[in-house]
Design a protein around this ligand. Structure first.
Ligand code: IPM
Ligand code: MG
Length: 384
């Protein structure tokens, strides 16, 4: 590369960064105004349901049937409405060239919460993941992922920051072909404050004593150091909580260390570390087919399985054998979020009975196991 070419890249990179920086500064300011929905004040709660791709339609059909049975009285009384949202399929998204079609987004925004099947992210295109778009568009800042193993006394709840970090500009890096590539990581003051508050409020409300802040602040000196600092500042309003700082590398080791892992209770962490460690935690808790995930914002919330579309299962003709437990756990989180904790408990007990205690049918993800639809029937029979 000659000097003139280098200068051209330097100017272009400067322009690019200036634009991103101005946008992020705006966003950081906007976040400071918070307005929350109070579900107890709503006459009707509308639940959007979007199937997604791969095994999505199979597990979502199970979720839809379980919810219809569990909420039949509330649906009949008009207190709950299940609203199908079409168009969030990879075929439609590729056809329109957008990660979330406007019609689908409008339909989702006309509801209060969204139950979403896994959505495929096309490789080799610049299209953003639908998950990331929805989290940003609906400002779903808290990704809450519980993992429980009663027999080991493990009760972990992860509060993953869900809109910033490496994700917020993940599709908008800068590169010089054959030479270098840059991505950006952004942490904001309010973005950190609100996830810290969410984690601490949960800890206090659920009688938890300790919260682990997990970063890599020894390396990410600006973003992660600020994340940890703000968590400590917010914690001054929560004097009963004990805070511990951990680095993400040793924390991934701690979770497989049976001598100490049950002492951890609540975790608060930036986006990418949260993404990685919650797959590890879900695997420890019985597999990614068994864990639900809540994406919570002040106004909207989205609930989903922790796993993806399982393209290999679909290719092998095994979609019907997909495990619906993860999306049913997501339903449970959704019911608690909209103020139906009693129904959430009923669903939780039914899942526990079917998947852990009684196990009349077992889903293995293969033909030696039960079909998703049969397992859903088993859960429905076990509700009452
Ligand atoms: C998750 C997923 C998503 C993420 C993908 C599908 C974009 O792995 O929800 O953990 O990286 O956040
Ligand atoms: Mg993930």
């Amino acid at each position: 590369m000659n000097e003139a070419e280098k200068q051209k890249y330097i100017v272009a990179a400067g322009e690019h960064f200036r634009e991103l920086f101005a946008e992020q500064l705006e966003r950081a300011e906007r976040l400071k105004k918070r307005e929350r929905v109070d579900f107890s004040k709503l006459d009707k709660i509308k639940i959007a349901i979007a199937d997604g791709d791969g095994i999505g339609p199979v597990i979502m059909a199970a979720a839809r049937r379980v919810l219809s049975a569990l909420l039949s009285d509330l649906i009949a009384d008009g207190k709950i409405e299940l609203c199908d949202v079409g168009g969030l399929t990879i075929e439609n998204r590729l056809k329109l060239g957008v990660s979330v079609p406007q019609d689908a987004l409008d339909a989702i925004k006309s509801c209060h919460v969204l139950l979403k099947g896994p959505t495929a992210t096309p490789k080799g295109t610049s299209m953003e993941s639908a998950n990331v778009t929805l989290r940003r568009e609906l400002d779903l800042f808290a990704n809450v992922r519980p993992v429980r193993i009663p027999s080991e006394n493990i009760d972990w709840t992860f509060f993953r920051e869900n809109t910033e970090g490496e994700y917020v500009l993940g599709s908008r890096g800068f590169d010089v072909p054959d030479t270098l590539a840059f991505d950006f990581k952004v942490t904001t003051d309010e973005g950190t404050r609100r996830i810290a508050k969410a984690a601490f409020d949960y800890a206090v409300a659920n009688g938890k004593k300790s919260v682990s802040i997990v970063t890599k602040a020894n390396i990410m000196k600006k973003t992660d150091a600020m994340f940890s600092e703000i968590c400590h500042e917010v914690a001054k309003d929560y004097p009963t909580l004990e805070l511990e700082d951990w680095y993400i590398d040793i924390m991934t080791a701690n979770l497989v260390n049976k001598n100490i892992r049950s002492k951890f209770e609540v975790f608060v962490l930036p986006n990418l570390y949260g993404d990685i460690i919650t797959d590890e935690a879900a695997e420890i808790g019985g597999g990614v087919g068994t864990a639900g995930s809540a994406n919570i914002g002040d106004r909207y919330a989205m609930f989903e399985a922790i796993h993806g579309t399982a393209p290999r299962m679909v290719e092998l003709g095994l979609a019907e054998y997909a495990n619906p437990t993860s999306i049913l756990r997501a339903c449970e989180l959704m019911l608690s979020h909209i103020g139906l904790s009693d129904r959430a408990r009923i669903l939780s007990s039914a899942i526990e009975k079917c998947a852990v205690v009684e196990r009349k049918l077992t889903v293995t993800g293969d033909k030696d196991g039960a079909k998703c639809a049969d397992f859903a029937d088993y859960v429905i029979e076990s509700l009452y």
